[in-house]
Every structure is written in C-alpha cells, then in structure tokens.
Write a protein that binds this ligand. Structure first.
Ligand code: 13P
Ligand code: ZN
Length: 276
C-alpha cells in the first residue's frame, strides 16, 4: 500500500482547508468539506474491505435522511468539531474517509477520525446536496461549507431574495456573471445541523452551485476543490466590495445591458429573471 498522506486527493484537500482557514472563512470548527472519491483513486492507499467502524448518520442529533442514492460511494470529509487550522498538520484525526453502506443506513469508516470522531454535523446537508448536484451534473464531486465574513455580513443588510442578491453580486465585479451565471440561491436563517436545512439546501442546489445560508455562511459545490473554492472566493470578493461601498453614494455601476453583453460574449446563459 502507498502512504495515504502522499495521496494527491488528500494533499489537495488539506491545502484547500488550509487556504480556507487562512482567508478567515473557517474560524474554530466553522465550515466543513466533503469530496466524492473514486474507488480507483483510493485502492492503492487503503484496504476498502476493512471497515474500522460503522457511524450512524447524524447531524447535531440523529438524522434520518435517505442516503440510498449514494450507496457504496466513498467520501473524504471533515470531522465535526474539528478546527480547520489543524487539518493539514493532522489529517488522520481531523478527516475521515467513509463509504455509504450498501443499504444506505450508515457511514462505514475506512480511514481517519482516529480519536473517535465522526463526520461533520452538516453531513445530512452534504449528502443530500451531493445527491441533488449529481443529478444535475454527473461530474460533480465537492460540497464545501464555510463562513466567509463579507457574505455573512451582506445577509444582515441586503434583501435575501435570491434574484436581488444575485444581481447585487454580479454588479460588484465584472467576472461574477461569468463565474456563476446561474446566480446564487439564498436560504433564510434556519437551524443548522438538521435534516431540514439539509433538504432545503439540496433543493436550492438543484438550481445553483452556490447556496447562501443567511446569517450563517455559504455552500459551494463543484467538480473539483479548485472550482468550488473559486466560486466561494469570487462571491466573497463581490460581497466584500458591496460591504465596502454599500454605505456610500453609488456613482458608477455595471448596468444590465453590460451584464447581458458579458454573458453573451462569454457564452454563459444568465439566471432568468435577474436582468431587465
Ligand atoms: P461541524 O464542526 O460539525 O462541521 O460544524 C461546523 C459548522 O460550520 C456548522 O454549520
Ligand atoms: Zn456553518
């Protein structure tokens, strides 16, 4: 067997967690990531026949979502209560590789969570979102949740209407409409770590790769860690520009005709109902 600490998927996962921490998106244990792995990617690094322990599905409390659509799938996932700042230094305690049991009833631990840990309390939201995104895009792999400062701040002072929120973000930086033409979906404040917020997030994720949780944070999804990180990074930068300018008179803006010309030039269909 090869050393798992040298596996490219583990290294890039740790680097991503480290970058998220460095950017201030993931204070303390804030945020969580899960990434779908191919059996072929992991088989050189661990014995997939050896189940260390079976972990019941949980959010903060017991969960009862249906994971049968993911039966047999393998995920690398952050642990609940684990600090992002420690992930790169000590992946085996802070991360786990789990396989969804064939009957869809629990997570089988194949590696990690060495100190007895378990997947993030947002596991229901992650798994339901993976199901929704895989239905929209067969190459989908990553669900990333974090607490970026400016996006969070924006949810305190901006309408939570998804179209209005999208329009403002698109106006804050020329690249936004090109990076996330489908816009962002916004959920009102909800109790986190529950099946309910998981189902609501998954429902919103059918239409967009970014789902904002008002007064909490954001969910990003994508084919790769880089794509997903880049989506959140772009939205967060736009939110920062909004927060830097919202209290000042707006002298200039990117108007709807200009946003439309960007979408046409870059060949991306913009979310319907946002532009004039
Ligand atoms: P976990 O530590 O369980 O991943 O929770 C962090 C978080 O951001 C909850 O929304
Ligand atoms: Zn959170």
């Amino acid at each position: 067997m090869k050393k798992i600490n040298e596996a490219p998927f583990l290294k890039s996962f740790c680097d991503t967690a480290d970058n998220m921490y460095r950017l201030g998106w993931d204070e303390r244990n804030g945020g969580n990531i899960s990434m779908l792995l191919d059996e072929s990617e992991v088989k050189d690094y661990l014995d997939t026949e050896r189940v260390i322990r079976r972990i019941p599905f949980m959010g903060v409390k017991a969960a009862s979502f249906d994971a049968s659509a993911l039966a047999g799938k393998i995920f690398l996932v952050t642990g609940t209560g684990k600090y992002f700042k420690n992930v790169k230094e000590d992946p085996e305690n802070n991360l786990g590789i789990v396989r969804i049991a064939l009957d869809g009833s629990c997570a089988e631990l194949l590696w990690g969570f060495k100190d007895g840990g378990r997947p993030t309390s947002e596991f229901p939201a992650h798994m339901m979102t993976h199901i929704a995104r895989l239905a929209a895009d067969k190459d989908h792999r990553v669900v990333m949740h974090s607490h970026p400062t400016n996006l969070l701040a924006m949810t305190y002072v901006h309408s939570l209407d998804s179209d209005a929120f999208t329009h403002t973000l698109w106006q804050m930086s020329t690249e936004c409409i090109v990076v996330f033409p489908e816009g962002v979906e916004v959920l009102p404040w909800m109790l986190c770590g529950t099946d309910e917020i998981g189902a609501a997030t998954a429902e919103k994720a059918r239409a967009a790769r970014l789902v904002v949780w008002a007064m909490h944070g954001i969910y990003g999804t994508g084919k790769t860690l880089d794509e997903t990180f880049g989506l959140i990074e772009t939205a967060e930068k736009a939110a920062q520009i909004y927060m830097l300018t919202a209290h000042l008179p707006r002298v200039n803006t990117i108007n709807d005709a200009e946003l439309r010309s960007l979408a046409e030039f870059f060949g991306v269909p913009p979310r319907k109902g946002v532009l004039d």
